[in-house]
Design a protein around this ligand. Structure first.
Ligand SMILES: Nc1ncnc2c1ncn2[C@@H]1O[C@H](COP(=O)(O)OP(=O)(O)OP(=O)(O)O)[C@@H](O)[C@H]1O
Ligand SMILES: O=C(CO)[C@H](O)[C@H](O)COP(=O)(O)O
Length: 292
């Protein structure tokens, strides 16, 4: 646990909605005057797009059909762990961007499928905010989870996750449904082995569940809306969580287990603000005290 320089890690599969959740965190940071450094999991991919394709083909020729961006080896997790450790101890660190598309290319001045140069973090921050695929990995080589002080899982049920990925990759990354389906299939092995185990490390999971039929996610014409979904919020340690306050403030919510509440999908932002603001305030106040 880092106290002087706390770390928040938001983990979710590709298309789960971690970027959407980041917008809520950004709102809280702005409102509470928190100076946060934000980094993305994709910055720690080990290969650029062309090298990844070559590595995939090499492994495929050797009979390995499971290699994907979800695999531990496709990502510089040693570097991510090093950045978390260094930030926790000193408030310093570095990151870069993986440029996905033409819009990002115009912003960063690097061709799609390539990384920008590594750049050091700005000084005097209050916390580090990570959003991506591997921010709570614990395996034989690395223990990234142990460096994070607040760990959040963003996990729609799997049909919804696929729908969100297909729609996002088609709309903003120019892929076809067939291409995205191939990627989903190839990633399934390491979805199970590398992504899912992290949701037992997280402090709070937000799981969106549609209440409309998503039984064939590959032909669904739009992403179920917030009004067409519920969100299950599960706390690893419910001690200290004021459930009566939450259920009274969030209209239409109820407790489904001793450590879980269910809220209407359109209350996600409100629920996150109510739950996360005091946790962030505490981390930041402890950090500022420790650094004084
Ligand atoms: N709560 C939500 N309600 C409705 N749509 C959502 C919700 N969360 C995410 N989406 C939609 O799902 C798609 C994927 O979301 P987002 O881009 O946040 O995923 P991501 O996890 O950041 O993906 P990646 O890490 O691959 O960039 C987007 O089209 C987004 O609008
Ligand atoms: O969302 C992803 C992982 O989180 C992308 O699939 C990954 O970053 C590779 O991107 P691209 O297909 O644009 O090269």
């Amino acid at each position: 646990m880092s106290k002087k320089y706390p770390i928040i890690s938001v983990v979710g599969s590709s298309g789960a909605g971690t970027s959407t959740v980041k917008a809520t965190f950004d709102q809280i940071f702005r409102r509470e005057g928190v100076n946060a450094i934000s980094i993305e999991g994709d910055s720690f991919h080990r290969y650029n797009r062309a090298d990844m394709k070559a590595e995939l083909e090499r492994r495929y020729a050797e009979g390995d059909a499971t290699f994907s961006h979800f695999s531990y080896e496709a990502n510089a997790l040693d570097e991510l762990e090093r950045v978390f450790r260094e930030y926790g101890e000193t408030g310093k660190g570095r990151s870069r961007h993986y440029v996905h598309d033409a819009n990002e290319s115009a912003k960063y001045g690097v061709e799609p499928g390539h990384f920008t140069e590594w750049a050091p973090f700005e000084e005097d921050s209050d916390l580090l905010f990570y959003e991506g695929l591997h921010g709570c990995v614990t395996n034989d080589e690395v223990d990234i989870a142990k460096h994070a002080d607040l760990k959040i899982g963003v996990v729609p049920v799997i049909n919804l996750e696929w729908i969100q990925k297909i729609h996002r990759d088609r709309a903003s990354r120019g892929y076809t449904t067939e291409a995205v389906t191939d990627v989903i299939l190839r990633r399934m092995h390491d979805y199970v082995h590398c992504i899912v185990p992290q949701f037992s490390q997280t402090d709070i999971n937000f799981q969106r569940v549609p209440v409309v039929d998503t039984s064939n996610p590959f032909i669904t014409r739009w992403i179920p809306t917030p009004d067409e979904s519920l969100i299950v919020i599960r706390f690893r340690n419910p001690r200290g969580i004021d459930f009566p306050y939450l259920t009274s403030m969030i209209n239409g919510s109820w407790m489904s287990r001793a450590n879980s509440i269910v809220i209407p999908g359109n209350k996600q932002d409100l629920a996150m603000q109510l739950i996360l603001t005091p946790l962030i305030e505490r981390l930041v106040a402890e950090g500022r005290r420790a650094r004084a």
